[in-house]
Structure formats: structure tokens, C-alpha cells
Design a protein around this ligand. Structure first.
Ligand code: SF4
Length: 374
């Protein structure tokens, strides 16, 4: 049965109209895609807006004052997001990550967090509810997020050097305010806190050791610093392979300064490779989508701000769940449609990129990261 592809009103990304299977696909929590990967992690973008303009995600020259962000009416409401998350939890999702753009810019996000914190897995376990932020509003909001039911936060911070950081976020935002946000999050108990640094060779790679040193010495070494290889996400960041510093070199630099040893993953599908300082002063990680692809156990789905389901960070087409949510379909029918989509998933872009088989010639636009979250 061929799926009808209907370009949606704003033409941003093609989205297939999901098919409702005649035979319902039960929500057993055991769903698997064509590569046997379960559905365990749902990333929900709650806004396509951000107050930063990081060049590797939302370069200012593209996302300038004339850029048309999504109109309010096209965003999924908190009720629609919660309904969708509940259907995904029944299919096996155990972790919800709220992303953006910058999720703390979404008005009353605490209300959404409180609604999502009520959800549970089929065995009655609470979902692991977390959020990724650029930290700009965290100092102010940390307590309210915690009180609403958020469990953990991940904060993006690409440099300690204020000049470099301001240049990279291109919004002239100071490091000190992000560090204050991290301290506030630690104080209210939103840990273990992870700090993500995107490493761009020639831009901030000389900040690797200073960042490691800082988080070894602050907050009792409890912050988990992760170094992310610069990725060719979307179509606007001008990515080149020579700007990528392979994680193996990142670890080598840190090991020269502070000896480290590899430790086991916390769970299957964890994106970060884990390392621990030999002197016990904390843990760090590397996320190596370019040089050590981890598609083989990728169990992540992504929901865009306006309800399109994407099955890979590098996808070129989504599935328009909002059209189902705003129709008379029952939960069972929508859950079946989600099941069918996941069962048909075969995405493994990073593996294909590594073997130069990625289909970059088709002209189809890869989705932008600010639209579906990292
Ligand atoms: S490239 Fe796609 S399939 Fe591979 S790990 Fe990333 S999101 Fe998953």
C-alpha cells in the first residue's frame, strides 16, 4: 500500500499522512523496527524558537529577523502532547526528553511537565522525564521545573571562555549565567546533570581540557560533561568533515591531562560512550555520531513542535500525527498508526554516512535540529 505524501501548509518538511492499519497493532511495549530496535525514547520539541543562534544549529544568517517561526495555532497543545506521549508510553517508551529550539521559552512549560509526570510505563513505572536547555533561563526556572515533576536536565555549554561562548551562541550571552543555571539545577535536585559541549575543530576544541577541569573541580565533580562530535544536521550549518574532531582525539587530550578509563553503558541505546576519571573525580562522555555511529541500537523517535513524527535526527520526511490528533480517530487507531510507522523504520543515517552510502544526492532536505530537537 503506497502512502500518500501531502506537503503540509507551511511546506517546511514533507509529512506522510499516517495510515491506520485495518488490523490494530496492539500496544504491548514490545514494538520493534525493521532492525529489531525497540521504541524506548521520545524526544518532544515544544518550540522551534530559541534565544541563541548557535552556528551549528540555527545560524543567524538563516534564522534572522525575517525568519517565519511556526504560528502558535500549528503547535501541538499540551493536551495533544500528553495524549501522544501516553500512546508512545504504551508502545514501550520509558524516557521523554523535552527539547526545542529552547524549551524554556515555551510559555507555562511547567504545566506540560506536570501533565507528563503523571504518565507511566505499562508496568506502572514513572517515565524518565528530562529536558535539554541552553541554560539561559535555568537559574530562574529550576525550582518550578523540579516542583512540576521534571527529574533531570541536560545543559548545552560549548566553552568556558566567555568570548568564545558568546561568539558561538551568537546572542552575546554570558557563560556565567549558564553556570548559575547549572548550579541552581544542582541545588534543587535536577541531577545527575549532564553538560553537552559540541566540539568544532578550530573553534572551541582548545576549550576541551579547561571544561573538563572546571567540572572536575566544581559541584563535587557530579556534573557529567559530554563532548559531542559536530554533526551535519539539517541543511544550514555548512558542515565540513575537517571541522569534526573525532572523539578518540578528545579522549586522548583529556587523558593526557587527567587519566580516564572506559566504563560500561548504563543501558542499551545510550548515545554517550562513558568514561571515568582514574582519580574518581567524576564521569564524562563522548557522543560520536560521525566517527563511531551508534544507529544499531538507536531507539529514539522525535516529535516536532507541530506534531510530525521523525524517526531519525537526519530524516528528510516526517509523519503527520497532528492530522490524526485533530480528527476523530480513537487512541487505539492512532496508537496503531504509530506502531505501523515504527515497524517500518529502517533509518541508520550515521552508519550510511560512515560508509559513504548516505543518500545525500536526492535533494530531499534533512530536517533542521531546532525543529525536532537534538
Ligand atoms: S543517525 Fe538516526 S538512526 Fe542513527 S543514531 Fe542518529 S537518530 Fe538514530
Amino acid at each position: 500500500m503506497t502512502e500518500r505524501v501531502i506537503p503540509i501548509a507551511d511546506q517546511r518538511y514533507a509529512a506522510a499522512l499516517p495510515h491506520i492499519p485495518t488490523l490494530p497493532i496492539a500496544s504491548t511495549g514490545l514494538l520493534a523496527d525493521t532492525l529489531g530496535r525497540p521504541l524506548r525514547d521520545l524526544r518532544i520539541s515544544v518550540t522551534d524558537r530559541c534565544n541563541f543562534r548557535c552556528g551549528y544549529c540555527m545560524p543567524k544568517e538563516v534564522f534572522d529577523k525575517n525568519y517565519q517561526f511556526l504560528p502558535q495555532g500549528s503547535l501541538l497543545s499540551f493536551e495533544e502532547i500528553t495524549r501522544t506521549a501516553r500512546l508512545f508510553a504504551a508502545h514501550g517508551v520509558q524516557k521523554i526528553r523535552l527539547t526545542g529550539g529552547e524549551p524554556l521559552l515555551r510559555k507555562n512549560i511547567e504545566v506540560l511537565i506536570a501533565m507528563l509526570s503523571e504518565l507511566a510505563t505499562p508496568d506502572g513505572e514513572p517515565l524518565d522525564l528530562t529536558l535539554t536547555t541552553n541554560g539561559s533561563l535555568l537559574a530562574k526556572k529550576a525550582q518550578a521545573l523540579k516542583d512540576a515533576g521534571l527529574q533531570r536536565v541536560t545543559v548545552s555549554l560549548d566553552a568556558l571562555d566567555d568570548g568564545i561562548f558568546r561568539r558561538m551562541n551568537d546572542a552575546d550571552f554570558p557563560v556565567a549565567d549558564v553556570l548559575a543555571g547549572i548550579e541552581a539545577a544542582e541545588r534543587v535536585g535536577l541531577g545527575p546533570i549532564k553538560v553537552n559541549m559540541v566540539v568544532q575543530r578550530g573553534t572551541n576544541d582548545h576549550q576541551i581540557v579547561p571544561m573538563a577541569q572546571h567540572f572536575r573541580e566544581h559541584l563535587g565533580g557530579k556534573i557529567i560533561l559530554r563532548f559531542i562530535e559536530y554533526m551535519d544536521v539539517g541543511e544550514t550549518n555548512g558542515w565540513r568533515m575537517d571541522q569534526v574532531l573525532p572523539s578518540a582525539q578528545v579522549i586522548a587530550r583529556i587523558h593526557d591531562a587527567f587519566p580516564v578509563r572506559a566504563i560500561d553503558a548504563n543501558y542499551t541505546g545510550e548515545t554517550a560512550e562513558r568514561w571515568r576519571y582514574a582519580d574518581g573525580r567524576g564521569e564524562l562522555g563522548v557522543i560520536s555520531s560521525v566517527t563511531q555511529a551508534f544507529c544499531h541500537d538507536c531507539n529514539r523517535a522525535r516529535l516536532s513542535t507541530e506534531g510530525k513524527l521523525f524517526l531519525c535526527l537526519f530524516a528528510t520526511q516526517g509523519h503527520d500525527l497532528r492530522s490524526l490528533l485533530r480528527s476523530d480517530y480513537s487512541d487505539e487507531q492512532i496508537a496503531s498508526a504509530i506502531g505501523l510507522i515504527w515497524q517500518g523504520r529502517g533509518d541508520r543515517y550515521s552508519e550510511l554516512r560512515a560508509s559513504q552510502q548516505a543518500d545525500t544526492g536526492s535533494g530531499a532536505k534533512r530536517v533542521e535540529m531546532h525543529y525536532i530537537g537534538g
